[in-house]
Design a protein around this ligand. Structure first.
Ligand SMILES: C[S@@+](CC[C@H](N)C(=O)[O-])C[C@H]1O[C@@H](n2cnc3c(N)ncnc32)[C@H](O)[C@@H]1O
Length: 241
């Protein structure tokens, strides 16, 4: 089941305005060019920001996500008809042979269940053409970013056109490394409704991810830095031979 922040319609509708700076996607767009990809599967596409940017460049895109409310937001955007949207995950894909599979914005960490993670890697491998690549990021565990996720440091009020002011904050509920569970709260000034969303992320070590990729037949070509978050992320580039 999708976390509320992606699966609850009122929260999915404010995902983009709450995080309008998507400079994190630039490195992925560059990799699409670098690898000459013409067909892309975006796993965990959410509200479709990346998928639409690809479609705007004439790339054939499939976006898959289990959160129907996020896909509804994606489908309502202009140009969305150029993307094939699938409600599900990498285990429920039709047969395809794409040049590139992406998981942007730490989708890999949201797939916290070990079995679901293995199935996702298998699904990505099966969806790729020989020579195609899987690229994704995951936060560096040693940075212990969750230690900074406090209500005091995260509290903000954002004015969203058509919605009004929304106050948000984050609090960590449990740290049981490698799992970290946190709760986000959203208070809508227009009617006072307060919604919460609880998420669990898995912080995987670089060696562990490399071993998982190899076990599924991938050749790990590179582990890069995220240019917009230096030292904070592992960005894996894995090739299907
Ligand atoms: C932080 S959001 C990122 C969304 C999008 N990639 C972006 O760049 O905005 C994480 C997404 O992962 C999705 N997700 C969670 N579990 C998943 C799974 N098992 N397979 C695919 N996507 C999943 C969530 O529904 C959510 O849309």
């Amino acid at each position: 089941m999708a976390d509320e922040c992606f699966g609850e319609p009122r929260l999915a509708a404010i995902y983009d305005p709450l995080d309008p700076d998507r400079g994190d996607l630039d490195a992925y767009l560059q990799m699409v060019e670098e690898f000459g990809a013409r067909t892309v599967l975006d796993v965990g596409c959410g509200t479709g920001v990346f998928a639409r940017r690809l479609a705007d460049r004439g790339i054939e895109v499939v976006g898959v996500d289990p959160a129907r409310a996020s896909l509804d937001v994606a489908r309502a955007k202009p140009g969305s008809e150029r993307v094939q949207w699938i409600c599900g995950d990498a285990t429920s894909l039709p047969p395809m042979q794409v040049d590139l599979v992406t998981m942007t914005a730490n989708v890999a960490q949201a797939i916290a269940d070990p079995v679901a993670w293995q199935q996702t890697l298998k699904g990505a491998y099966d969806a790729l053409c020989p020579g195609g690549r899987l690229v994704f990021e995951t936060r560096v565990p040693a940075r212990r970013v969750w230690e900074g996720w406090t209500p005091e440091s995260s509290r903000e009020v954002i004015e969203i056109p058509g919605v009004g002011a929304v106050e948000t904050w984050v609090e960590v509920v449990e740290v049981a490394e490698p799992l970290v569970t946190f709760r986000e709260t959203f208070v809508f000034a227009s009617d006072g409704q307060a919604l919460t969303s609880e998420s669990t992320l898995r912080f995987r070590e670089r060696d562990e991810v490399e071993a998982d990729l190899a076990a599924h037949g991938f050749a790990v070509e590179d582990v890069r830095d995220a240019p917009d978050r230096p030292g904070a992320e592992f960005v894996f580039v894995a090739r299907r031979p």
